[in-house]
Structures are given as C-alpha cells and as structure tokens.
Design a protein around this ligand. Structure first.
Ligand code: PMP
Length: 336
C-alpha cells in the first residue's frame, strides 16, 4: 500500500514545468515551479505547516489554541487547512480587496474571517495587520506572524530552495520570485546562494509597494505607496521575514502586465496561475532578454487562477478596472 496519513504530508515537492510557447522567443530555459499543486493550492502551505509544527515542537503552540494571522488570503487558506488537519481552530484578518473565492476557501476549511479595509495603513487599528496582532497577544491564541516570523523563510530554505537545486541538477542560474512577506525569496535565495554564490536572485515588486526602492535604492523613504490589484505581493511596511541581503535586485511588475501575461499563459500553455504568476513570468522574461542559452531561470506559479475567476479571469472585471481585453485573446483558437 502506498498512502499518506495526513493531507499535510503532500505539501512540497512540487514539479518544475519547462515553459514552452510563451518563452520560445527567448534563449534561456525558463522553469516554473507549480506551487499551486500544494494541497491548499498555494506556496503558503509550506510556511503554514512549518510554523505550526515548530510551534508544537517548542511547546509554544498548545492543544486548544486558536491560530491567528493577517493574510492576503493564501496564507490564511493554507493555515486553515493545516489547522483542520492537525486539530486547531483558526481566525484570519483579510483586507477587503481579497477575492470572494479566497474568503470562501478559508471558511470552507472551518476557520473564521475578519474582513478589514484595504485603504488604511498597516498601523491603523482597523488594518488586518493590527487586528491580527491584537488577537495574537491574547491568551489562547497562537500568532503565526508570517510577516515577521523567521520560520517563514526557514521553511523555504529547507524545502523550496533544496527542491529547486535538486530538480535543476544544480544548473539554476537565476531565481525570479515575487515578494509579499519575503519568506519565499529570502529562504530560497539563501539556500541557492549557499550552494552557488553566482546564482542571481531577482525580486518582483508590484506597483505602489516599497520593495523596489528598499532593495535597489536602499531607502524606504518618500515612496508613493498604494494598494496594488495583484494579490499576494507588495508591502507598505518593513517586514522582518524579508532579507534583502539575498536579493540582487528587484523588478517592478505593473498590475496590467501581470494580469495580461497570466491570462495569456493560461491560454497558451494551460497553466492557470494567479496575478503573481503573471508578475513572475513578466519579470522572468525581462531577465531572459539579456541572457543566452546557458541561463536557467526558475520562477514560481504561487497560486491558481481558480482563486480569481471573478476578478482577473473575468473580462467584465478587467474592463471595469480599465484594462483592455484584446479581441484576439477572446477568439476561440479555431477561428484565429
Ligand atoms: N504570490 C502569491 C499568490 C502569494 O500569496 C504570496 C504570499 N503572500 C506570494 C506570491 C509571495 O510570497 P512571500 O509571502 O513568501 O513573499
């Protein structure tokens, strides 16, 4: 018999997909690590499981505790899955820009949701960060604190980084990854640079966020901050899970490009990613433009487009946001 005992046993070891048609005009090989094949559908499953297990091991997390955090959705879905599998209750504060699908998923795993306003700074008492922080200080709550918890990056150091290194037979030359909490890029980047200091680690930051200036210009002062429409990357606050020393530089990905590239990838290669998958592919293509056939670029599809059917995969929503839908894109392939 071959089986697993818990759903959490199938977290990680996600496949690397060699991209084809969408990158055929470029010389390097570009791989996309399909993180949406994790059991709760996103890269965040890794961090959620790791933090909860380490909490149990250290004794800080006790039976009957309620897991709490703020999240752009995926960390909450992941932690809800882990909570259900391991027997905990959970509650999450999420900003009201979070897609309906994501909120429903958190609830489907049996966790509670507090919806908070998007348009307030992180230190406003109404923000999702502050609501989760306040609850996290109460007895009986276990605060995941994905934005500041060093275990977030550690999960990626031990797993995501090693998997990429092994699956490329050590041939990876460039990692391209979006930055939300910074856990993925910091942990994965650290592992890869320890294996080969020549590997370039390139961050992807959406419009309205501070990682671009933080890394490229060494400052977080005087930046115009605003919420982007892509969900899962970007920040308006200093996050301790992010370690800029493992990042060579950051590329800015605009919402419009991210959505259009993700929609195109779904149609051309059958990879249905979320907005950040589009940001990642857009940035990976920027990086690839100046490289030759010896370069091996790895990027990630962090979550599934199924989470955004009512948003970026809805033509109506795209038009409401002022994004043009090209006629070609909507034509059935047989009529082109
Ligand atoms: N893409 C998506 C869709 C995400 O949900 C996240 C996590 N917020 C990221 C990218 C970025 O990952 P990290 O938080 O590890 O920086």
């Amino acid at each position: 018999m071959k089986y697993v005992n818990k759903i959490t046993d199938v977290i990680g070891n996600t496949p690397l997909l060699k991209l084809g048609k969408t990158v055929a005009h470029l010389k390097p090989t570009i791989f996309m690590k399909l993180e949406y094949l994790n059991p709760a559908g996103a890269v965040k499953d890794r961090m959620a499981y790791y933090i909860v297990r380490e909490g149990e091991k250290s004794g800080q997390l006790k039976k009957g505790d309620i897991l709490v955090d703020n999240s752009s959705g995926n960390a909450a879905i992941a932690t809800s899955m882990v909570a259900a599998a391991l027997g905990y209750k959970a509650v999450f504060a999420v900003a009201d820009k979070t897609s309906r699908e994501k909120i429903d998923l958190i609830k489907a795993y049996g966790a509670d949701v507090i919806v908070t306003p998007t348009d307030v700074p992180w230190n406003d008492p109404r923000s999702s960060y502050m609501r989760a922080y306040e609850l996290g200080q109460q007895p009986g709550y276990f605060y995941i604190s994905q934005y500041h918890n060093q275990l977030n990056a550690e999960a990626h150091y031990h797993h995501t980084g090693r998997e990429i290194w092994e699956d490329t037979d050590g041939k990876i030359t460039h990692l391209v990854a979006g930055i939300g909490t910074g856990g993925t890029i910091s942990g994965t980047g650290k592992f890869l640079k320890e294996k080969n200091p020549g590997i370039k680690v390139i961050g992807v930051d959406p419009e309205g966020s501070m990682f671009y200036d933080w890394v490229n210009n060494g400052t977080t002062e005087g930046i115009e901050l605003y919420p982007c429409k892509v969900e899962g990357i970007g920040t308006d606050m200093i996050v301790k899970a992010f370690h800029p020393e493992y990042v060579d530089y950051v590329i800015r990905a605009w919402d419009r490009d991210s959505f259009r590239i993700a929609r195109w990838l779904a149609r051309e290669e059958g990879v249905l990613g979320g907005g950040t998958t589009g940001s990642h592919l857009w940035a990976a293509m920027e990086v690839a433009r100046d490289l030759d056939e010896n370069a091996v670029i790895v990027t990630l599809a962090c979550d599934s487009g199924q989470r955004y059917l009512s948003k970026m995969y809805s033509d109506e929503w795209m038009r409401e946001q002022g994004y043009e839908i090209e006629e070609e894109e909507n034509k059935p392939v047989s009529l082109k």
